[in-house]
Design a protein around this ligand. Structure first.
Ligand code: B3K
Ligand code: ZN
Length: 877
């Protein structure tokens, strides 16, 4: 399949003004009748209506009331062209589709007997012929007809205008969306569903009806999603003055879904994983994720729906901005400074674990890509998480108020339109009178910039110089990079660990944190009145998505860990120290004759944080969590998964031995009694307590087994239960098998919990390919359900690196087999799994050779989706 280029954008030949659709719902033959009014776009030279369509049976086309014959149009490669020059046109198209055969979960499909749609990015073309591109925005009216018993609930976007009986056992519902929208925001849902609902008063005094729809039996799991929606609505009113523009807002949960959720106008469709929660089935992390995803999809109503993307190259315009908004929302819901820092740490962890590797691998692409083969492959951590960092940098450079002014101007200029990333940047510039021309490079250049810092102190002159030098490694198609505009927030600590007031030319107010703006390849910042040699705190709160190099001594890092007023950098200092140790241990593990040795200093620093009751439990948990194996891997010239695993386990075990008393004390001191609540304080305590449990479990002795078993038996919530089960599953505890079996039988009826059961085993230390294959034969396993496939296959390939990278290549052979099997069912899910070998060139030659062979095996498969082909093709290139 050919690549599509951003530079080739041309406007559509016709605009669509109105769309009326009629659906006769039938799993094996749904009839879709569409009537649209079109108007010629004078900006286009094309003398034809151009419509997209895939996997459709075309029944008939009528143009201005006249049936078209085959010779009146051309239908090639998913494009329907109807030659015409007319100014105004009415086009009627009838298609037949087969939702029950649709395993791609794009377009209209069936899940557990109910109908659902997913249209972003290019799924609407699997429903009818249409200019399926986001710059074509139209007003939709939708008539749904179906069997009353099988499909008692009929939902679509906007407002319910009319419903009634058709007399023949069927009924209908007529929906009208008052807002223009691109086709990717279309949605319908039909089936046997029930809802929790309430009305909510909006800022203007208007009332809106809120509904959360689920399958029968799940109404005891909707309250948290509803609360999250209400909080999202009011947060957007408060923070950005943005009000819900509809009288009705619906969330629907579906068990078969390709990703997290979808922001269809007024009818958000969600993976059950991001809706259903109660203490019995959901962990603290699930509760937090539900809040974040409900917020994310709700915030899209303005950033994505009211103002949308001109073309899919601009995807980060809505996604980066909306992730930033959901991150800020979650942080505000916690409310405390420490809670905000923990949230920031979590977000930066995702960036480092997933986005930095992407930026360094064969699929690296700019936040605004220049080309793609399949757009579904570009819903990436770069578009989402790096995109959010780019948006965050505006706020860091302009301040919160400046950022809000920029947002106001953005909506004032572009409401109801489909625009580009550059339009967002222009709004930020113009609203603040700032030149952000160079900032554009964050959108156009891929790769993670490195900032090298050197400092020098002059005791006589009492001056301190900070020199920042930036570079960015080459990425596919971009050998040389131009300097970025990088905000580097810094502070200086005196010998007592206090922030020093900063005197820098141009800043009169002597703040304790300053944002240095690095725009050249190298710049020196000259501080005066520096009364003693400081320890610099660099890139506070992670002010830019870069790798920062500075030659800190171990003593400096321990000092920052203990004193930095910037909580993020306190954590960061600990991570730097631990990374150093882990890299040294990894090197030792590679040499047969070099024994692994413990590090007293690191253990002392970690002990101090662990026991510092002035710090929030949630924060202490982040400090005591060692960098992930995949993060260590990225720091190595040649990745050695076994050595990394050995090193990390060794360090965890030695910390467990060293801090045994401390962990036991912390475990006892952080019990949460009373009924379960997922609030930040309680979940922070549980996180710290369960971290202590996981360290103690490293000892794998009778005490640890008893502790884990007791916690398992007495748990009144899923967080504690899962933590205990994980401890048992990774141990030699005699009760290991019994606990896994009991967990299964207790939760057999809860698919989301069974996903956890598969996932936990997929990532367990003893689980090799053979064990995964045995689990795949379990009656509860199904490769067709994306959540289930992710819980077992993805968890193993991405979450169990030492087993996946087994020296015999068994992991890679398994991977190839699963990618090929999944590709025939669901290309999007397959292409996601195909990304697991992205970094193959970073491994030792023996592993590399086996990975290349597995990639080649997939590439050589005759019938492969363009999704998967693009990913393996780019990997092998
Ligand atoms: N916008 C959707 C993502 C759709 C992905 C299609 N492959 C979810 C979100 O980002 O909110
Ligand atoms: Zn989104």
């Amino acid at each position: 399949s050919p690549a599509i280029y951003r530079k080739d954008y041309t406007p559509p030949s016709y605009w669509v003004r109105t769309v009326e659709m009629g659906f006769d719902l039938d799993p094996s033959a749904t009839r879709v009748a569409t009537r649209m009014t079109l108007a010629r776009n004078p900006a286009s030279a094309e003398q034809a209506i151009v419509l997209h369509g895939e996997e459709l049976e075309l029944v008939q086309i009528r143009l201005n009331g006249k049936n078209l014959a085959k010779r009146d149009y051309k239908l090639v490669d998913g494009l329907l062209r109807i030659p015409t020059k007319a100014e105004e046109i009415t086009l009627e198209i009838e298609t037949l589709i087969r939702p029950d055969k649709n395993t791609s979960l794009m377009g209209l499909y069936v899940s557990n007997g109910n109908f659902f749609t997913q249209c972003e990015a290019e799924g609407f073309r699997k429903i009818t012929y249409f200019p399926d591109r986001p710059d074509v925005m139209a007003q939709y009216t939708v008539m749904l007809r179906g069997d009353k018993k099988k499909y008692p609930v009929l939902l679509s976007n906007g407002n319910l205008i009319e419903q009634g009986d058709l007399g023949d056992g069927r009924h209908y519902a007529l929906w009208e969306d008052p807002f223009k929208k691109p086709s990717y925001l279309f949605a319908l849902v039909a089936g046997q569903l029930v809802c929790q609902e309430q009305t909510e008063k909006l800022k203007s005094g208007r009332e809106a009806l809120l509904q959360v729809w689920v399958e029968e039996g799940n109404l005891d799991k909707t309250q948290h999603a509803m609360d999250s929606l209400v909080n999202s609505i009011h947060w957007d009113e408060e923070r950005y003055g943005l009000e819900l523009d509809l009288d009705r807002f619906m969330i629907v949960a579906v068990g078969d879904f390709n990703m997290g959720a979808m922001e269809n106008k007024g009818l958000n469709i969600f993976n059950t994983k991001f809706v259903l929660a109660n203490p019995r089935i959901a962990t603290d992390t699930d509760y937090a994720n539900i809040e974040a995803v409900v917020g994310h999809e709700y915030f899209h109503n303005w950033t994505g729906n009211r103002v949308t993307c001109r073309d899919w190259f601009q995807l980060s315009l809505k996604e980066g901005l909306t992730v930033f908004r959901d991150q800020e929302f979650s942080a505000d819901m916690i409310g405390t400074d420490s809670g905000r820092a923990v949230k920031r740490i979590d977000d930066v962890r995702v960036l480092r674990q997933a986005q930095f590797p992407e930026d360094a691998g064969p699929m690296a692409h700019p936040v605004r890509p220049d080309s793609f083969v399949e757009i579904s492959n570009f819903y990436t951590v770069t578009i989402y998480e790096k995109g959010a960092e780019v948006v965050r940098m505006y706020q860091t450079l302009l301040g919160r108020d400046g950022f809000c002014k920029g947002m106001d101007l953005y909506f004032e200029r572009h409401d109801g339109r489909a625009v580009e990333c550059d339009d967002f940047r222009a709004a930020m510039m113009d609203a603040n009178g700032r030149d952000l021309t160079q900032f554009e490079r964050w959108y156009s250049q891929a790769g993670t910039p490195r900032v090298k810092v050197t400092t020098s102190y002059d005791a006589d002159k009492q001056t301190y110089d900070i020199t920042l030098a930036q570079s960015c490694p080459p990425t596919p198609g971009q050998a040389k990079k131009q300097p970025f505009h990088i905000p580097v927030a810094i502070g200086l600590l005196d010998g007592k660990g206090r922030d020093m007031p900063l005197s820098l030319k141009g800043h009169s107010d002597q703040p304790t944190t300053l944002v240095l703006e690095l725009t050249a390849t190298q710049q020196t910042f000259h501080f005066t009145n520096v009364t003693e040699q400081p320890v610099p705190s660099l890139l506070r709160n992670f002010s830019a998505p870069v790798v920062l190099d500075y030659d800190y001594s171990d003593a400096d890092l321990a000092f920052l860990m203990a004193h930095d007023s910037d909580a993020f950098n306190r954590w960061e200092a600990g991570q730097r120290l631990a990374t150093r140790r882990l890299l040294a241990l990894t090197e030792a593990a590679q040499q047969a004759d070099s024994p692994l040795s413990v590090d007293v200093a690191l253990s002392a620093s970690l002990r101090a944080s662990l026991n510092d009751v002035a710090l929030d439990p949630a924060f202490r948990e982040t400090v005591l969590t060692l960098p992930a194996e995949t993060v260590i891997a990225e720091q190595m010239e040649v990745i050695d998964p076994q050595a990394i695993h050995t090193a990390r386990r060794f360090l965890r075990l030695s910390l467990a031995k060293d801090l045994r008393q401390d962990f036991s004390r912390v475990y006892a001191a952080n019990q949460t009694d009373g009924p379960y609540s997922p609030d930040a304080a309680s979940s922070g305590k549980r996180a710290l307590k369960n971290l202590a449990l996981s360290y103690l479990a490293e000892l794998d002795d009778a005490d640890a087994h008893t502790l884990a078993q007791a916690q398992y038996d007495s748990a009144n919530n899923m967080t504690d239960r899962m933590a205990a089960l994980a401890a048992l599953a990774n141990s030699q505890a005699p009760g290991r098998a019994a606990a896994l079996a009991k967990f299964y039988s207790d939760f057999e009826q809860e698919p989301l919990v069974i996903d956890k059961w598969f996932s936990l085993q997929a990532m367990a230390r003893t689980t090799d390919v053979a064990a995964v294959q045995t689990l795949m034969k379990h009656p509860a396993f199904s490769i067709k359900n994306p959540n289930r496939a992710r819980s077992l296959i993805f968890s193993f390939c991405n979450g169990n690196p030492s087993r996946f990278h087994a020296a015999d290549g068994s992991g890679y052979a398994f991977w190839a087999e699963q990618v090929i099997a999944l590709d025939a069912i669901n290309p999007q899910v397959a292409a996601r799994l195909a990304r697991s070998l992205d970094r193959w060139r970073k491994y030792a030659p023996a592993l590399q050779e086996k990975m290349r062979a597995a990639l080649q095996q997939v590439a050589d498969t005759a019938k492969l989706s363009k999704d998967t082909r693009e990913v393996v093709g780019k990997s092998l290139a």
